[in-house]
Design a protein around this ligand. Structure first.
Ligand SMILES: Nc1nc2c(ncn2[C@@H]2O[C@H](COP(=O)(O)OP(=O)(O)O)[C@@H](O)[C@H]2O)c(=O)[nH]1
Ligand SMILES: [Mg+2]
Length: 427
Protein backbone atom coordinates (compact mmCIF):
# COMPACT_ATOMS: atom_id res chain seq x y z
CA UNK A 1 0.00 0.00 0.00
CA UNK A 2 2.59 2.55 1.15
CA UNK A 3 4.94 1.27 -1.54
CA UNK A 4 2.58 2.57 -4.17
CA UNK A 5 2.29 6.02 -2.65
CA UNK A 6 5.92 6.81 -1.90
CA UNK A 7 7.30 6.95 -5.42
CA UNK A 8 4.50 9.22 -6.63
CA UNK A 9 5.10 11.62 -3.78
CA UNK A 10 8.83 11.58 -4.14
CA UNK A 11 8.66 12.47 -7.81
CA UNK A 12 6.55 15.46 -6.99
CA UNK A 13 8.38 16.61 -3.93
CA UNK A 14 11.95 16.28 -5.16
CA UNK A 15 11.22 17.78 -8.54
CA UNK A 16 9.56 20.71 -6.83
CA UNK A 17 12.73 21.32 -4.92
CA UNK A 18 15.06 20.97 -7.86
CA UNK A 19 13.00 22.80 -10.42
CA UNK A 20 14.22 26.14 -9.17
CA UNK A 21 17.82 25.27 -8.57
CA UNK A 22 19.28 24.22 -11.83
CA UNK A 23 22.73 25.43 -11.07
CA UNK A 24 23.22 23.15 -8.11
CA UNK A 25 25.77 20.41 -8.39
CA UNK A 26 23.83 17.32 -7.53
CA UNK A 27 25.28 13.88 -7.19
CA UNK A 28 28.83 13.46 -6.03
CA UNK A 29 30.35 16.52 -4.51
CA UNK A 30 32.73 18.05 -6.98
CA UNK A 31 35.78 17.40 -4.90
CA UNK A 32 38.26 17.52 -7.81
CA UNK A 33 41.47 18.79 -6.32
CA UNK A 34 42.65 20.23 -9.58
CA UNK A 35 39.67 20.36 -11.83
CA UNK A 36 39.99 24.07 -12.42
CA UNK A 37 43.67 24.60 -11.84
CA UNK A 38 45.31 22.05 -14.07
CA UNK A 39 45.21 24.31 -17.10
CA UNK A 40 47.11 27.01 -15.26
CA UNK A 41 50.08 24.90 -14.39
CA UNK A 42 53.31 25.74 -16.10
CA UNK A 43 55.71 22.78 -16.34
CA UNK A 44 58.68 23.77 -14.29
CA UNK A 45 59.73 20.30 -13.26
CA UNK A 46 61.22 17.39 -15.13
CA UNK A 47 58.82 15.91 -17.66
CA UNK A 48 58.82 12.56 -15.86
CA UNK A 49 57.39 14.02 -12.71
CA UNK A 50 54.75 15.88 -14.67
CA UNK A 51 53.81 12.78 -16.57
CA UNK A 52 53.17 11.13 -13.23
CA UNK A 53 51.18 14.12 -12.09
CA UNK A 54 48.98 14.10 -15.17
CA UNK A 55 46.95 11.16 -13.89
CA UNK A 56 47.00 12.34 -10.33
CA UNK A 57 43.87 12.10 -8.24
CA UNK A 58 41.77 10.97 -11.16
CA UNK A 59 39.26 9.55 -8.75
CA UNK A 60 38.79 13.02 -7.30
CA UNK A 61 39.38 15.25 -10.30
CA UNK A 62 36.72 13.63 -12.41
CA UNK A 63 34.03 14.53 -9.93
CA UNK A 64 33.44 17.96 -11.43
CA UNK A 65 32.32 16.34 -14.68
CA UNK A 66 30.63 13.44 -12.90
CA UNK A 67 28.62 15.84 -10.77
CA UNK A 68 27.51 17.72 -13.90
CA UNK A 69 26.42 14.51 -15.61
CA UNK A 70 24.64 13.39 -12.45
CA UNK A 71 22.82 16.71 -12.27
CA UNK A 72 21.69 16.48 -15.90
CA UNK A 73 20.47 12.92 -15.35
CA UNK A 74 18.57 13.95 -12.24
CA UNK A 75 16.93 16.96 -13.91
CA UNK A 76 15.91 14.78 -16.86
CA UNK A 77 14.40 12.26 -14.48
CA UNK A 78 12.50 15.05 -12.73
CA UNK A 79 11.05 16.35 -15.99
CA UNK A 80 10.04 12.91 -17.16
CA UNK A 81 8.63 11.88 -13.80
CA UNK A 82 11.05 8.99 -13.44
CA UNK A 83 12.77 10.10 -10.27
CA UNK A 84 12.55 6.75 -8.51
CA UNK A 85 14.10 5.12 -11.55
CA UNK A 86 16.94 7.59 -11.20
CA UNK A 87 17.44 6.79 -7.52
CA UNK A 88 17.34 3.07 -8.26
CA UNK A 89 19.80 3.49 -11.08
CA UNK A 90 22.15 5.58 -8.97
CA UNK A 91 21.98 3.02 -6.20
CA UNK A 92 22.82 0.27 -8.70
CA UNK A 93 25.77 2.25 -10.08
CA UNK A 94 27.09 3.32 -6.71
CA UNK A 95 26.17 0.31 -4.64
CA UNK A 96 29.17 0.52 -2.36
CA UNK A 97 28.87 4.28 -1.96
CA UNK A 98 25.14 4.25 -1.22
CA UNK A 99 25.46 1.30 1.12
CA UNK A 100 28.29 2.94 3.03
CA UNK A 101 26.14 5.99 3.71
CA UNK A 102 23.09 3.88 4.52
CA UNK A 103 25.02 1.75 6.98
CA UNK A 104 27.10 4.58 8.42
CA UNK A 105 24.11 6.84 9.03
CA UNK A 106 21.79 4.16 10.34
CA UNK A 107 21.93 5.40 13.94
CA UNK A 108 20.85 8.92 13.06
CA UNK A 109 18.30 7.72 10.52
CA UNK A 110 16.70 5.15 12.77
CA UNK A 111 16.23 7.69 15.51
CA UNK A 112 14.96 10.37 13.14
CA UNK A 113 12.52 8.15 11.31
CA UNK A 114 11.24 6.43 14.44
CA UNK A 115 10.48 9.76 16.08
CA UNK A 116 9.02 11.39 12.96
CA UNK A 117 6.78 8.40 12.24
CA UNK A 118 5.50 8.51 15.83
CA UNK A 119 4.79 12.24 15.68
CA UNK A 120 2.96 11.93 12.39
CA UNK A 121 0.96 9.02 13.70
CA UNK A 122 -0.07 11.02 16.75
CA UNK A 123 -0.81 14.36 15.11
CA UNK A 124 -0.83 14.64 11.38
CA UNK A 125 -4.19 13.06 10.66
CA UNK A 126 -5.93 15.98 12.30
CA UNK A 127 -5.40 19.39 10.82
CA UNK A 128 -5.79 21.09 14.19
CA UNK A 129 -2.74 19.19 15.40
CA UNK A 130 -0.35 20.43 12.70
CA UNK A 131 1.22 23.15 14.84
CA UNK A 132 1.90 20.65 17.58
CA UNK A 133 3.40 18.21 15.04
CA UNK A 134 5.67 20.92 13.62
CA UNK A 135 6.93 21.81 17.07
CA UNK A 136 7.73 18.18 17.80
CA UNK A 137 9.40 17.59 14.43
CA UNK A 138 11.46 20.73 15.01
CA UNK A 139 12.73 19.29 18.29
CA UNK A 140 13.59 15.97 16.69
CA UNK A 141 15.60 17.70 13.96
CA UNK A 142 17.41 19.86 16.51
CA UNK A 143 18.20 16.66 18.42
CA UNK A 144 19.91 15.25 15.31
CA UNK A 145 22.04 18.42 15.36
CA UNK A 146 20.80 19.99 12.16
CA UNK A 147 21.23 23.47 13.64
CA UNK A 148 18.64 26.19 14.28
CA UNK A 149 18.93 28.00 10.93
CA UNK A 150 18.60 24.83 8.87
CA UNK A 151 15.73 23.52 10.97
CA UNK A 152 13.78 26.80 10.65
CA UNK A 153 14.04 26.56 6.90
CA UNK A 154 13.04 22.89 6.81
CA UNK A 155 9.99 23.48 8.98
CA UNK A 156 8.94 26.40 6.79
CA UNK A 157 9.14 24.18 3.67
CA UNK A 158 7.41 21.33 5.47
CA UNK A 159 4.49 23.53 6.50
CA UNK A 160 4.08 24.56 2.87
CA UNK A 161 4.22 20.94 1.69
CA UNK A 162 1.78 19.79 4.35
CA UNK A 163 -0.71 22.44 3.26
CA UNK A 164 -0.24 22.06 -0.49
CA UNK A 165 0.25 18.34 -0.79
CA UNK A 166 -1.72 17.16 2.21
CA UNK A 167 1.06 14.97 3.54
CA UNK A 168 -0.22 12.25 5.77
CA UNK A 169 2.48 9.64 6.29
CA UNK A 170 5.83 9.74 8.04
CA UNK A 171 7.58 8.75 4.83
CA UNK A 172 6.01 11.67 3.02
CA UNK A 173 7.18 14.01 5.73
CA UNK A 174 10.70 12.58 5.58
CA UNK A 175 10.73 12.94 1.80
CA UNK A 176 9.73 16.60 2.08
CA UNK A 177 12.49 17.20 4.61
CA UNK A 178 14.97 15.32 2.42
CA UNK A 179 14.17 17.45 -0.62
CA UNK A 180 14.61 20.72 1.27
CA UNK A 181 17.77 19.54 2.97
CA UNK A 182 19.34 18.35 -0.27
CA UNK A 183 18.60 21.70 -1.82
CA UNK A 184 20.28 23.58 1.06
CA UNK A 185 23.23 21.23 1.13
CA UNK A 186 24.06 21.23 -2.55
CA UNK A 187 23.79 25.00 -2.69
CA UNK A 188 26.11 25.47 0.30
CA UNK A 189 28.55 22.84 -0.95
CA UNK A 190 28.72 24.34 -4.45
CA UNK A 191 29.36 27.83 -3.13
CA UNK A 192 32.04 26.57 -0.74
CA UNK A 193 33.74 24.62 -3.55
CA UNK A 194 33.85 27.68 -5.76
CA UNK A 195 35.32 29.84 -3.03
CA UNK A 196 38.04 27.33 -2.14
CA UNK A 197 38.94 26.77 -5.78
CA UNK A 198 39.24 30.51 -6.37
CA UNK A 199 41.59 30.73 -3.38
CA UNK A 200 43.69 27.93 -4.78
CA UNK A 201 43.92 29.48 -8.22
CA UNK A 202 45.10 32.76 -6.76
CA UNK A 203 47.62 30.95 -4.52
CA UNK A 204 49.04 29.15 -7.56
CA UNK A 205 49.23 32.41 -9.48
CA UNK A 206 51.34 33.84 -6.69
CA UNK A 207 53.65 30.93 -6.05
CA UNK A 208 53.39 28.54 -8.98
CA UNK A 209 52.23 24.95 -8.95
CA UNK A 210 53.77 22.64 -6.38
CA UNK A 211 56.39 20.04 -7.24
CA UNK A 212 54.53 17.40 -5.30
CA UNK A 213 50.97 16.88 -4.10
CA UNK A 214 50.78 17.47 -0.38
CA UNK A 215 47.78 16.76 1.82
CA UNK A 216 47.92 18.26 5.29
CA UNK A 217 45.58 16.94 7.98
CA UNK A 218 44.87 19.23 10.91
CA UNK A 219 42.46 19.33 13.81
CA UNK A 220 41.81 18.56 17.43
CA UNK A 221 43.14 15.49 19.21
CA UNK A 222 41.13 12.32 18.80
CA UNK A 223 38.94 13.50 15.92
CA UNK A 224 40.44 11.04 13.44
CA UNK A 225 43.38 12.69 11.66
CA UNK A 226 45.73 9.71 11.80
CA UNK A 227 43.05 7.23 10.78
CA UNK A 228 41.89 9.47 7.93
CA UNK A 229 45.47 9.99 6.73
CA UNK A 230 45.86 6.22 6.49
CA UNK A 231 42.51 5.75 4.77
CA UNK A 232 43.43 8.40 2.19
CA UNK A 233 46.83 6.82 1.63
CA UNK A 234 45.22 3.44 1.10
CA UNK A 235 42.74 4.83 -1.44
CA UNK A 236 45.39 6.70 -3.37
CA UNK A 237 47.59 3.63 -3.53
CA UNK A 238 44.92 1.05 -4.37
CA UNK A 239 42.44 3.00 -6.50
CA UNK A 240 44.68 5.59 -8.07
CA UNK A 241 47.92 3.59 -8.11
CA UNK A 242 49.89 6.43 -6.56
CA UNK A 243 53.18 6.22 -4.75
CA UNK A 244 52.27 7.62 -1.36
CA UNK A 245 54.42 8.78 1.54
CA UNK A 246 52.81 9.16 4.95
CA UNK A 247 54.57 11.60 7.25
CA UNK A 248 54.41 11.28 11.03
CA UNK A 249 54.63 14.94 11.99
CA UNK A 250 52.85 14.35 15.29
CA UNK A 251 55.90 14.86 17.48
CA UNK A 252 53.95 15.37 20.71
CA UNK A 253 52.52 11.99 21.56
CA UNK A 254 55.05 9.22 21.97
CA UNK A 255 52.69 6.59 20.59
CA UNK A 256 51.66 8.68 17.59
CA UNK A 257 54.52 7.56 15.35
CA UNK A 258 53.93 3.88 16.11
CA UNK A 259 50.21 4.32 15.49
CA UNK A 260 50.83 5.82 12.05
CA UNK A 261 53.49 3.20 11.28
CA UNK A 262 50.99 0.45 11.98
CA UNK A 263 48.44 2.12 9.71
CA UNK A 264 51.08 2.61 6.99
CA UNK A 265 51.84 -1.11 7.18
CA UNK A 266 48.18 -2.01 6.82
CA UNK A 267 47.69 0.49 3.98
CA UNK A 268 50.81 -0.78 2.24
CA UNK A 269 52.48 2.64 1.93
CA UNK A 270 55.81 4.09 3.03
CA UNK A 271 56.21 6.28 6.06
CA UNK A 272 58.62 9.04 7.07
CA UNK A 273 59.19 9.26 10.82
CA UNK A 274 60.99 11.81 13.01
CA UNK A 275 64.66 11.18 13.73
CA UNK A 276 65.51 10.38 17.32
CA UNK A 277 64.83 13.46 19.46
CA UNK A 278 63.49 15.37 16.48
CA UNK A 279 60.67 17.30 18.12
CA UNK A 280 60.14 19.96 15.53
CA UNK A 281 57.26 19.03 13.21
CA UNK A 282 58.41 21.48 10.53
CA UNK A 283 61.82 19.86 10.28
CA UNK A 284 60.23 16.40 10.08
CA UNK A 285 58.14 17.67 7.17
CA UNK A 286 61.21 19.28 5.58
CA UNK A 287 63.12 15.98 5.60
CA UNK A 288 60.11 14.05 4.34
CA UNK A 289 59.50 16.45 1.45
CA UNK A 290 63.12 16.19 0.42
CA UNK A 291 62.81 12.43 0.37
CA UNK A 292 59.53 12.66 -1.55
CA UNK A 293 61.03 14.76 -4.33
CA UNK A 294 64.27 12.73 -4.47
CA UNK A 295 62.41 9.44 -4.60
CA UNK A 296 59.57 10.73 -6.76
CA UNK A 297 56.58 10.12 -4.57
CA UNK A 298 53.30 11.23 -6.12
CA UNK A 299 51.56 12.24 -2.93
CA UNK A 300 52.71 13.19 0.55
CA UNK A 301 50.19 12.99 3.37
CA UNK A 302 51.20 14.79 6.55
CA UNK A 303 49.60 13.72 9.82
CA UNK A 304 49.97 16.46 12.42
CA UNK A 305 49.55 16.42 16.17
CA UNK A 306 46.18 17.29 17.62
CA UNK A 307 45.92 20.77 19.00
CA UNK A 308 43.38 23.13 20.35
CA UNK A 309 42.96 26.29 18.37
CA UNK A 310 43.44 28.18 21.65
CA UNK A 311 47.08 27.13 22.00
CA UNK A 312 49.01 29.90 20.28
CA UNK A 313 52.38 28.16 20.29
CA UNK A 314 50.98 25.09 18.62
CA UNK A 315 49.10 27.12 16.07
CA UNK A 316 52.32 28.99 15.28
CA UNK A 317 54.04 25.64 14.84
CA UNK A 318 51.34 24.61 12.39
CA UNK A 319 51.79 27.77 10.36
CA UNK A 320 55.54 27.23 10.32
CA UNK A 321 55.14 23.63 9.16
CA UNK A 322 52.98 24.79 6.29
CA UNK A 323 55.41 27.56 5.31
CA UNK A 324 58.28 25.07 5.26
CA UNK A 325 56.29 22.63 3.13
CA UNK A 326 55.18 25.28 0.66
CA UNK A 327 58.69 26.64 0.31
CA UNK A 328 59.99 23.15 -0.29
CA UNK A 329 57.44 22.23 -2.99
CA UNK A 330 57.42 25.79 -4.38
CA UNK A 331 53.65 26.04 -4.37
CA UNK A 332 50.59 25.74 -2.14
CA UNK A 333 49.70 22.49 -0.40
CA UNK A 334 47.17 20.58 -2.46
CA UNK A 335 44.70 20.35 0.38
CA UNK A 336 44.64 21.39 4.00
CA UNK A 337 41.94 19.19 5.47
CA UNK A 338 40.37 20.04 8.80
CA UNK A 339 39.22 16.85 10.51
CA UNK A 340 36.09 17.19 12.67
CA UNK A 341 34.27 14.40 14.40
CA UNK A 342 30.53 14.12 14.15
CA UNK A 343 29.90 13.24 17.80
CA UNK A 344 31.12 16.73 18.72
CA UNK A 345 28.32 18.02 16.50
CA UNK A 346 27.68 21.72 16.80
CA UNK A 347 30.62 22.17 19.18
CA UNK A 348 32.88 21.13 16.33
CA UNK A 349 31.51 24.03 14.30
CA UNK A 350 32.45 26.51 16.99
CA UNK A 351 35.96 25.09 17.30
CA UNK A 352 36.36 24.96 13.51
CA UNK A 353 35.56 28.65 13.25
CA UNK A 354 38.56 29.40 15.41
CA UNK A 355 40.74 27.13 13.30
CA UNK A 356 39.76 28.96 10.16
CA UNK A 357 41.00 32.23 11.62
CA UNK A 358 44.54 30.85 11.81
CA UNK A 359 44.80 28.25 9.09
CA UNK A 360 43.65 28.34 5.50
CA UNK A 361 41.54 25.21 5.19
CA UNK A 362 40.43 23.84 1.82
CA UNK A 363 38.17 21.01 2.87
CA UNK A 364 36.57 19.18 5.76
CA UNK A 365 36.79 15.54 6.71
CA UNK A 366 33.86 14.60 8.94
CA UNK A 367 34.63 11.42 10.86
CA UNK A 368 32.62 8.98 12.98
CA UNK A 369 29.32 9.62 11.23
CA UNK A 370 28.65 5.96 12.02
CA UNK A 371 29.08 6.35 15.76
CA UNK A 372 26.49 9.02 16.39
CA UNK A 373 22.79 9.77 16.14
CA UNK A 374 23.68 13.41 15.50
CA UNK A 375 25.00 13.17 11.95
CA UNK A 376 22.64 15.93 10.81
CA UNK A 377 25.15 18.69 11.46
CA UNK A 378 26.79 18.31 8.06
CA UNK A 379 24.53 20.82 6.31
CA UNK A 380 24.97 23.61 8.83
CA UNK A 381 28.70 22.97 9.01
CA UNK A 382 29.09 23.68 5.30
CA UNK A 383 26.69 26.62 5.40
CA UNK A 384 28.31 28.27 8.37
CA UNK A 385 31.96 27.61 7.64
CA UNK A 386 31.84 28.02 3.88
CA UNK A 387 34.23 25.09 3.53
CA UNK A 388 33.19 22.06 1.47
CA UNK A 389 33.03 18.59 2.98
CA UNK A 390 35.39 16.42 0.94
CA UNK A 391 35.37 13.15 2.80
CA UNK A 392 33.39 11.43 5.51
CA UNK A 393 34.46 8.64 7.83
CA UNK A 394 31.82 5.97 8.26
CA UNK A 395 33.76 3.32 10.15
CA UNK A 396 37.13 2.28 11.49
CA UNK A 397 38.58 0.24 8.64
CA UNK A 398 40.73 1.44 5.74
CA UNK A 399 37.77 1.29 3.38
CA UNK A 400 35.60 3.54 5.49
CA UNK A 401 36.55 6.93 4.12
CA UNK A 402 34.07 8.00 1.48
CA UNK A 403 33.85 10.91 -0.91
CA UNK A 404 31.11 13.13 0.33
CA UNK A 405 28.06 12.48 -1.82
CA UNK A 406 25.11 14.78 -0.98
CA UNK A 407 22.45 12.51 -2.50
CA UNK A 408 23.75 9.41 -0.73
CA UNK A 409 24.11 11.38 2.49
CA UNK A 410 20.52 12.66 2.47
CA UNK A 411 19.25 9.24 1.42
CA UNK A 412 21.16 7.67 4.32
CA UNK A 413 20.03 10.33 6.78
CA UNK A 414 16.32 10.35 6.10
CA UNK A 415 15.08 8.03 3.47
CA UNK A 416 16.98 4.94 2.57
CA UNK A 417 14.37 2.48 3.89
CA UNK A 418 11.83 4.12 1.55
CA UNK A 419 14.12 4.25 -1.47
CA UNK A 420 15.26 0.67 -0.81
CA UNK A 421 11.63 -0.39 -0.70
CA UNK A 422 10.93 1.40 -3.97
CA UNK A 423 13.95 -0.39 -5.46
CA UNK A 424 12.58 -3.72 -4.35
CA UNK A 425 9.10 -3.10 -5.66
CA UNK A 426 10.35 -1.83 -9.03
CA UNK A 427 9.78 -4.13 -11.99
N1 LIG B 1 33.64 4.70 14.21
C1 LIG B 1 34.60 5.47 13.70
N2 LIG B 1 35.73 5.67 14.38
C2 LIG B 1 36.70 6.46 13.85
C3 LIG B 1 36.52 7.08 12.58
N3 LIG B 1 37.65 7.80 12.32
C4 LIG B 1 38.46 7.63 13.39
N4 LIG B 1 37.91 6.83 14.32
C5 LIG B 1 38.45 6.41 15.62
O1 LIG B 1 38.68 7.57 16.41
C6 LIG B 1 39.79 7.35 17.26
C7 LIG B 1 40.77 8.51 17.15
O2 LIG B 1 41.31 8.52 15.84
P1 LIG B 1 42.75 9.09 15.49
O3 LIG B 1 42.92 8.93 14.02
O4 LIG B 1 43.79 8.51 16.36
O5 LIG B 1 42.55 10.64 15.87
P2 LIG B 1 43.64 11.82 15.86
O6 LIG B 1 44.02 12.05 17.29
O7 LIG B 1 42.90 13.01 15.30
O8 LIG B 1 44.77 11.41 15.00
C8 LIG B 1 40.38 6.02 16.86
O9 LIG B 1 39.96 5.04 17.78
C9 LIG B 1 39.79 5.75 15.49
O10 LIG B 1 39.66 4.37 15.21
C10 LIG B 1 35.28 6.86 11.87
O11 LIG B 1 35.02 7.36 10.77
N5 LIG B 1 34.37 6.03 12.48
MG1 LIG C 1 46.82 11.31 15.51
Amino acid sequence: MVGIHIPAFLVFSWSHSFGSSRSMAVGRASVGFHSTTVGLRKPRRPAGLFALRAGMFDFLRNFGEQARQEQLALLKAMKEGTFMDYVRDKAARDTAQVRAFRDGLSKTREQLSREIEAIVERNMGRLDQVDQAMKEIENVLLGADLGVGVVDRLIQDLRRDVAQKRLRSGVQVRASLAASLLSLLTQAQTEAEKRVQAERISAERMSGSPACEVLLLVGTNGHGKTTSAAKLAYRLRTQDKKKVLLVAADTFRAAAVEQLAEWARRAGVDIAVPLENQKNAASVAFDALKRATDERYDVVIIDTSGRLHTNENLMDEMKKLRRVVERQVQGPVTECLLVLDAPSGRNAVTAARQWLKDVQVSGLVLTKLDGTARAGFVVSVVQELGIPVKFVGVGETLNDLRDFDPVAYIDGLLLSDATAMAQRTAP
